[in-house]
Ligand binder design. Structure first.
Ligand code: ANZ
Ligand code: ZN
Length: 904
């Protein structure tokens, strides 16, 4: 393969070394125009996969682009290096997680270098080093000092296989399985540390509105996860059978209180737990029947009653599995007439279904109109807002007004806001994580924070044991209490690794700082991250925690930014035959093999041109090969140019019209590609760069002699437009093209080259291209339809000026009688029948009319592009203005659509 193409191995090696020698990727110290580009750091599994390659090519291309635009760029890389897989691997291989992790890091760093990613490796971080995790512990202390870290006895998700607690977010699927090992998750009571993210729920929710650089889907997922609801807390008196208690229930529909026909408790509500001891039916239900995930609502009657605080009615109390213990208060009033689930429950249990809301009649006025009739809700609930009926004094009020009035009038009722978001449980019973900096005093001091001066609490040596290795580290565990100096035991829980990633982007701004997690001035320079790129699987947890910690640091440490990521791109998947590449499917394409066979530039270019970064796309070996051929063609073209002594000059003079065409195309390519790079739509930008290379190839092949200045500029532009994506070959070619460096001077790097500029307007350029393309297509059609084997001359005739004027008027006009309006122009009217006929055409196509270039510009554009038609049909092409052409041909010419006259 490689002997057919360019020598990618030599080229890539050469430039990787040259970059390293010159430290070109070191981040500048003084920053004028900072741009922070960041890819989500990887877990060091030991192997770079295509998902990584895609993620990091996107950030690398964007970072290089911004840099060529003149920005100071921070583009770092590091390792999300704590986590369970290292611990499991260490157990299996009888090594320890640290060695295993650093081996993996070394391998992956090498693979990243071979991809040509331009990272400032001086800023590399690994979260498993004490230098880093010390600051997790510091952060924990800061949360604690601010009253936002709390120890609670909590029901937790426990994975018996991983022997660890899982966050809610780590429990997946209807049947609740561990995100890591797929084992069924159980519930356990344990002392856990929580960070009070719920204190920030409102701000986290409200600021989502301003994150307009984020995909809507991610914003919506975050909103749903926070799940804020406004409603009313009502207090019911529950009594009977020795029970006599006030029980609160949350409702979003206080207006339906008159329709409440039952009251229901969650299977683990405190009252339910009392009943379980005394009532066999309740116990059997809770232990055997209740199925919170099931489609059907199940329940059991308790014999208790609840007094409706709004109506005084006595409601039967059930224990029901659709009442969730961690939503609201774990108790609810059931309104079968207006809630689907309650309706289904009523059908099963036979409780009453009472309509208390009617659809609002058209033009309804609560002041003057009669209360509408109640709807029939026997078959299905009416769940919309409407007008209260059967609701005593509230009847006739609109739902929202009824809610407000009922809440205001009822004893013990209060407006409340309710969230789905729970506090962030960070305790994990694992070794390979950040030790929680707490000791448990054997005397009376309780749980005591390790003082800042004693941080970091370093991990002890790994012990290969079942359960938590820290529990077995007896020497490490034994310590003294910072408060009383007596004996104490270290906390053996470590932190959720999402703590590590909740602020790592701040560490990169000052990675070596010894006395603080980040330097506030440097953070001021760089934060927020301008462009963040990563997988959609992090749409909720990682991004929400990062936002939370950033807000916390803004409040507690004076960080000046409250949102960490201005723009977010969630990259699509790399698939093979429509399926995600994965080890389990066995359809993984190894990036290393692609780099060996075709080079990193080919891999990068193929991926970036295959699809928009957000989209999934299919890997294609044929696509890779054709990308490789493209790069080879480009290198040949530049070599030919260089071998000709920097020109292709022969005795003849270059044709200025052709040169002008190529020049325009160069400008157009720059205008389009620049816009597309700005939007990270690399695929469109690259199509443009490749199109330009094709044009230059044609220029050299068919329009010899090419104008050397134009050709040089074209090649230099093409190389620079490609440079962010194919950095190695770009350096090689740039070096060939930029012959300006004085002897002994360090050659300029393409990575430092200026991004090409152009004054071209994209809209104009696109009109010109459309004109040329349509004209070529028309010639093809005519040749085809008329069966002309070998045309001897082709004449392209531009429309007369008055038609351009007429078109312009037609586009601007909203008059009903367009022809009348056109005829008001004397120079159009003078054209007589021709003007009337054209006016009718315009009238007929009025909806579809589009702007064209002015007539003079069309003439110039077609003259410049005539060589393309000439070389395609091997016949001389002339471009003629209407005034110089025969009437019968001119009649057919229209703006944007010249007439074509072919001589056989
Ligand atoms: C009475 C009512 C009448 C309700 C009605 C709804 C409609 P959604 O439905 O998502 O807006 N609820 C309260 N606590 C609950 C718990 N612990 N487990 C399950 N459901 C609970 O959520 C709000 C509604 O969820 C609340 O409003 C309550 O039912 C139910 F026509 O109260 B509603
Ligand atoms: Zn103590």
């Amino acid at each position: 393969m490689s002997q057919e193409g360019y020598d990618h191995t030599a080229v890539e090696k050469r430039w990787q070394e040259a970059w390293a020698d010159a430290s070109v990727y070191r981040t500048p110290d003084d920053v004028d125009d900072p741009t922070y580009v960041l890819g989500m750091y990887p877990y060091p599994s030991g192997k770079l996969h295509m998902g990584h390659v895609r993620n990091y090519t996107i950030t690398d291309a964007y970072a290089r682009y911004r840099r060529m635009r003149g920005d100071d760029v921070l583009h770092p890389m590091g390792w999300d290096a704590f986590g369970l897989p290292a611990e499991n691997a260490a157990k299996e291989r009888d090594t320890n997680p640290r060695d295993w992790t650093f081996d993996c890091i070394d391998t992956m760093r090498g693979q990243m270098r071979s991809m040509g990613f331009g990272y400032d490796w001086d800023r590399e971080i690994a979260t498993c080093t004490p230098d880093y995790y010390e600051w997790n512990q510091w952060l924990f202390r800061r949360f604690h000092e601010e009253g936002l870290a709390e120890q609670r006895d909590a029901e937790v998700n426990w994975c018996p296989d991983c022997e660890t607690v899982l966050a809610d977010e780590q429990v997946e699927g209807e049947d609740e399985r561990c995100w890591r090992c797929d084992h069924l998750v159980e519930q356990r009571e344990l002392e856990q540390w929580f960070l009070s993210i719920t204190e920030y729920a409102d701000e986290l929710l409200d600021c989502i509105d301003d994150l307009d650089g984020w995909p809507d889907s991610v914003r919506q997922m975050q909103r749903n996860w926070i799940g804020r609801q406004e409603g009313t807390r009502l207090t019911f008196a529950v009594s009977g059978d020795g029970v006599d208690e006030s029980v609160e229930a949350f409702t979003t529909r206080a207006d339906t209180a008159f329709g409440a026909t039952f009251f229901a408790l969650a299977p683990d509500h405190p009252i339910t737990e009392e009943l379980v001891a005394a009532d066999d039916d309740v116990r059997e239900f809770v232990e055997e029947v209740a199925d919170p995930e099931g489609d059907e609502p199940n329940g059991v009657a308790t014999g208790l009653t609840a007094t409706n605080p709004v109506t005084g009615a006595e409601l039967p109390v059930f224990v029901a599995d659709f009442v969730l213990s961690d939503v609201g208060t774990g108790a609810l009033m059931g309104v079968p007439g207006h809630d689907d689930r309650d309706h289904a429950f009523a059908e099963k249990t036979g409780v009453d279904v009472v309509p208390v809301v009617a659809p609002e009649p058209e033009g309804y006025d609560p002041e003057t109109d009669a209360v509408p009739d109640a709807p029939d809700v026997s078959e299905a609930a009416f769940t919309d807002d409407g007008v209260a009926v059967n609701s005593g004094d509230y009847s006739g009020l609109r739902s929202a007004d009824a809610r407000a009035a009922i809440t205001a009038d009822t004893d013990g009722a209060a407006l409340t806001t309710q969230y789905r978001l729970r506090d962030w449980g960070i305790s994990r019973q694992r070794y390979w994580g950040t030790p929680i900096p707490v000791v448990h005093c054997h005397d009376d001091c309780g749980s005591v924070l390790v003082p800042e001066a004693d941080l970091p609490v370093e991990l002890p040596e790994f012990i290969n044991t079942t359960g938590n290795p820290l529990d077995a580290a007896e020497e490490w565990k034994a310590t003294t209490c910072p408060e009383c100096g007596g004996p104490a035991t270290r906390e053996t829980d470590t932190m959720d690794t999402f703590v590590d990633s909740s602020w790592y982007f701040l560490r990169y701004v000052s990675p070596d700082l010894a006395d603080a997690p980040f330097d506030p001035d440097r953070a001021d320079d760089w934060m927020p991250v301008d462009q963040y790129v990563g997988g959609i699987e992090h749409a909720v947890m990682h991004l929400l925690y990062s936002r939370f910690v950033t807000k916390f640091l803004a409040d507690a440490e004076g960080l000046t930014t409250r949102e960490p990521f201005t723009n977010l791109l969630a990259q699509g998947m790399v698939q093979l035959d429509g399926e995600k590449m994965s080890k389990s499917v066995g359809n993984v394409v190894s990036p290393q093999r692609i780099v060996d066979e075709y080079g990193a530039d080919t891999a990068r270019l193929f991926m970036m041109q295959a699809a928009q970064p957000e989209r999934d796309f299919d890997w294609s070996e044929e696509g890779v090969r054709s990308t490789y051929r493209f790069i080879t063609r480009l290198t040949r073209l530049v070599e030919e140019y260089a071998n000709a002594g920097g020109s292709t000059v022969t005795d003849a003079d270059p044709d200025p019209a052709v040169a002008a065409y190529v020049d325009d195309e160069i400008d157009a390519a720059v205008a389009v590609a620049t816009e597309e790079y700005d939007d990270l739509t690399f695929n469109v930008a690259l199509r443009e760069a490749q199109g330009l290379v094709g044009t230059l190839r044609n220029y050299v092949d068919y329009a010899a002699p090419a104008d050397p200045a134009v050709l040089n500029r074209g090649l230099s532009v093409a190389v620079r437009l490609l440079a962010p994506v194919t950095p190695h070959v770009a350096e090689e070619l740039y070096e060939t093209l930029e012959t300006d460096a004085e002897p002994g001077e360090t050659p300029a790097f393409a990575v430092d080259a200026d991004w090409p500029t152009s004054d071209a307007d994209r809209g104009t350029a696109e009109m010109r291209r459309r004109l040329v393309e349509n004209t070529r297509e028309d010639v093809r059609q005519i040749v085809d339809v008329a069966g002309i084997e070998d045309p001897s001359a082709i004449d392209v005739v531009i429309a007369p000026d008055w038609k351009y004027d007429a078109l312009e008027i037609a586009i601007a006009s909203d008059a009903d009688n367009l022809i009348g309006e056109l005829m008001q122009e004397s120079h159009i009217r003078e054209e007589g029948d021709a003007a009337a006929a054209y006016g009718q055409d315009l009238q007929a196509e009025r909806e579809a009319l589009s702007e064209t270039l002015p007539g003079d510009d069309e003439y110039e554009a077609l003259r410049a592009a005539a060589w393309l038609i000439e070389r395609e049909f091997d016949a001389p092409v002339s471009v003629t203005r209407a005034a110089d052409a025969a009437d019968d041909v001119v009649r057919k010419a229209e703006p944007g659509r010249p007439a074509i006259d072919i001589t056989e």
